[in-house]
Design a protein around this ligand. Structure first.
Ligand SMILES: [Ca+2]
Ligand SMILES: [Ca+2]
Ligand SMILES: [Ca+2]
Ligand SMILES: [Ca+2]
Length: 280
């Protein structure tokens, strides 16, 4: 029984194809499935108190008011270009001018030459003492796009992993993020949230395939890239790089947990009710 569609399936079409609450994998959602569901009602495999506290990766509050601290302590610029003298930039951490949080942030002024092909890039890099990312769900940071920025300057973030005594390598990269602001409000702070789970935009770098494998996060790299054919100039402000955990650890997932939150409750029953007496 093979079906071929000549259009993109709607959500309703897909629901018809797949019955999530057909637990016994027969032809329909009926009393057998309800019995299994009822038997697991309010079952939970959540490990108590397993949501970890947020980790501040950098909020810039510890830097002196002006200037760039030593590489071992703070951010530095890392540049790869055949014609280095055409890149100009200023990086200031510990900036007191309009931070997002606290009294300090980071400001980066740049003038990037037209892209002429080749492997040319600029990253802002920050060394961290190793942090275990297991269980964490998001990286968040704040960025303010100065009104002089243009659409052609991309913003990437890479996350380094360098366990002690192992060659330095990247764990994943993600981006670009747009750096053009709403023209009606050109100086607002934005929160960029990077979902570390089920995120198709993350490019995992071998051998990493999941955030839970990153046990020694020791650096953040922020790429600022000009992919246009003209020189681009702008200013970016950063603040409040954080690791956030909002999902608990679980001991397996109950069969009847359809939402994946490790608890069988009304949120799961909604699926079963919607599929009630449906067949495939
Ligand atoms: Ca069934
Ligand atoms: Ca701050
Ligand atoms: Ca989690
Ligand atoms: Ca659930």
């Amino acid at each position: 029984d093979i079906t071929i569609w000549d259009y993109a399936l709607t959500a309703e079409d897909i629901r018809q194809l797949m019955l999530f609450s057909n637990f016994d994998r027969d032809n329909d959602v009926d009393s057998d499935d309800l019995r299994l569901f009822a038997g697991q009602w309010l079952d939970s495999t959540v490990i108590p108190n397993s949501i970890k506290s947020p980790i501040v990766l950098d909020n810039f509050e510890s830097y002196s008011a002006t200037g760039v601290p030593p590489i071992t302590m703070g951010w530095f610029v890392y540049l790869n270009d055949n014609n280095l003298n055409t890149w100009t930039y200023t990086l200031v951490t510990g900036l007191t001018e309009t931070p997002y949080g606290g009294t300090k942030g980071m400001r980066f002024d740049f003038s990037l030459p037209a892209w002429t092909g080749g492997d040319n890039w600029l990253v802002l890099a920050h060394r961290l003492s190793p942090r275990d990312m297991k269980g964490y769900d998001q990286i968040r940071f704040r960025v303010k796009y100065h009104s002089r920025n243009t659409e052609d300057v991309g913003l990437f973030i890479h996350v380094g992993d360098d366990p002690p005594d192992v060659t330095e390598r990247e764990a994943f990269r993600i981006g670009p993020f747009s750096i053009v602001d709403n023209v009606n409000d050109p100086n607002q702070w934005h929160e960029i949230t990077i979902d570390l789970r089920n995120n198709p935009n993350i490019q995992w770098q071998s051998p990493y395939t999941s955030v839970d494998e990153i046990r020694n996060l020791n650096g953040i790299l922020v790429s600022v890239v000009n992919s246009s054919k003209v020189n681009q100039t702008g200013t970016l402000y950063f603040d409040d790089f954080r690791l956030v955990d909002h999902t608990p650890e679980c001991n397996g997932i109950p069969t009847a947990d359809l939402t994946g939150d490790c608890v069988v409750d009304l949120r799961d029953f909604v699926f079963l009710a919607e599929e009630w007496l449906r067949g495939v």
